[in-house]
Design a protein around this ligand. Structure first.
Ligand SMILES: [Zn+2]
Length: 192
């Protein structure tokens, strides 16, 4: 009986330790604010991804706190959305953060922990089609990449998440989960 008691104690301790060791799934860097505008390049409409990216933006909306507006004309601080093709079949989409370069008018990679001026978001139509992606599967990739523009990283813990590495066809979620919204709020200091 004493042995069982000791074992139970060990198991409980293990469970209590786990939440303390889970790291946050967001970058130290990012924009200075999660309220900004995204420019839709003409390729978004020509490849038929306007609705996917509309959902990608609005899925993360938090009243008064997180809001990505949409624009059909570009500006230096706007995120930029593109749709095209990529020869690497494993690439479904990409997000790259930029900051001003030392030469005026140029932009360079901002670094994940730096301060971002804007992101370039790309979706790769050929690779999603070749992988047999459904409409919702493609929306999931759009939501995932927009999540990256809000400084969310790939989810490391075994949580249901649209930010899982390599959002694949048939992913059980194509929208932000409770876990994802929790990470978004933690990153941007949103309470409750
Ligand atoms: Zn990703």
């Amino acid at each position: 009986m004493k042995l069982i008691g000791k074992l139970t104690g060990v198991i409980l301790s293990t469970f209590l330790i786990i939440p303390l060791t889970v790291s946050a799934d967001y970058h130290a860097g990012g924009r200075t604010s999660p309220i900004f505008t995204a420019y839709y390049d003409g390729s978004v409409a020509s490849y038929g991804y306007t609705a996917h990216l509309d959902t990608g933006r609005t899925a993360w909306y938090q009243v008064g706190k997180v809001n990505i507006s949409k624009s059909s004309s570009n500006s230096s601080s706007y995120d930029e959305y593109y749709v095209g093709t990529n020869t690497d079949p494993t690439l479904l989409g990409a997000q790259t953060p930029y900051k001003n370069g030392t030469v005026p008018g140029t932009h360079v990679f901002a670094g994940w922990d730096g301060t971002w001026k804007y992101s370039v978001l790309s979706l790769y139509d050929n690779n999603m089609n070749n992988a047999g992606f459904s409409y919702n599967d493609k929306v999931g990739v759009a939501v995932h990449e927009v999540g990256h523009t809000l400084a969310l990283k790939h989810t490391t813990a075994p949580n249901l998440s649209v930010m899982a590495s390599g959002t694949w066809a048939g992913n059980p979620t194509y929208l932000p989960t409770t876990y994802d919204i929790g990470q978004l709020k933690a990153k941007w200091g949103i309470t409750p």
